[in-house]
Design a protein around this ligand. Structure first.
Ligand code: GTP
Ligand code: MG
Length: 203
């Protein structure tokens, strides 16, 4: 869809800052289920399959929740922000561009340690991160338990456990996205109100 980066058409007061449609990106190592999460959030049908490197460009679609529309961007898989391939460069450039209000890092619950490298790199760029620990059904099958509370405490970000293919945890993920976007908007509104007050006070 074409609303990525475009302003909403909602009427606004002349001295109010323009409201942009919030953007949330799905980042993560290849084959962690980003496009499956994207499809579940947006109702679209991005290409998925059980081998890495399927998503090669940016895809975007709307997540409609509680009367709000949020643009979700599905990024190509990347192991690191020190991009090696063209697909990794696309993901890195988008993450670093600041376009997204929040980054959802989708990790594989069955090999969390390997995936955390990218999580830590993204956390160096922004603290608006949600950790989506996907494939928890596979982890359960292998006897792997992921302690959501400990992860969230240690990383300082919300953590949601999902099995995107069956829809498990997706409502919690939607709520975490909405919460993060709303928090970002209210912080931005406070900053802009403060700027206006300062301007009004300056001689
Ligand atoms: N069992 C299980 N399989 C999943 C889950 N999420 C995704 N899959 C499967 O994992 C495979 C990879 O999913 P994709 O959504 O294509 O992964 P991706 O991260 O977009 O992959 P790239 O674009 O190649 O980086 C597919 O076969 C999905 O059906 C899940 O929660 N549980
Ligand atoms: Mg994909």
């Amino acid at each position: 869809m074409s609303i990525l980066g475009h302003s909403s058409e909602r009427k606004r007061c002349p001295d109010q800052p323009e409201r942009k449609v919030p953007v949330v990106a799905l980042a993560g190592n290849p084959n962690t289920g980003k496009s499956t999460v994207f499809n579940a959030l947006t109702g679209l049908r991005q290409h998925t399959g059980n081998w890495p490197g399927k998503t090669v460009g940016l895809a975007s679609g709307p997540l409609r929740i509680s009367g709000s529309t949020i643009v979700v961007v599905d990024l190509p898989g990347t192991y690191s922000l020190l991009a090696a391939s063209e697909e990794e460069r696309i993901a890195r450039d988008f993450i670093c561009s600041g376009t997204a209000s929040a980054i959802v890092v989708v990790v594989d619950a069955t090999c969390l340690e390997r995936n955390l490298n990218l999580v830590l790199q993204v956390l160096e760029i922004t603290d608006s991160v949600i950790l989506c620990v996907n494939l928890v059904d596979e982890a359960r099958r292998k006897g792997i338990h992921v302690d959501k509370a400990v992860l969230s405490r240690e990383l300082g970000v919300p953590v949601v456990l999902t099995a995107a293919r069956s829809g498990e945890g997706l409502d919690q993920l939607k709520n975490a996205i909405l919460h993060s976007v709303n928090r970002g908007e209210s912080a931005a509104a406070k900053r802009s109100a403060l700027t206006r007050v300062k301007e009004a006070m300056s001689p």
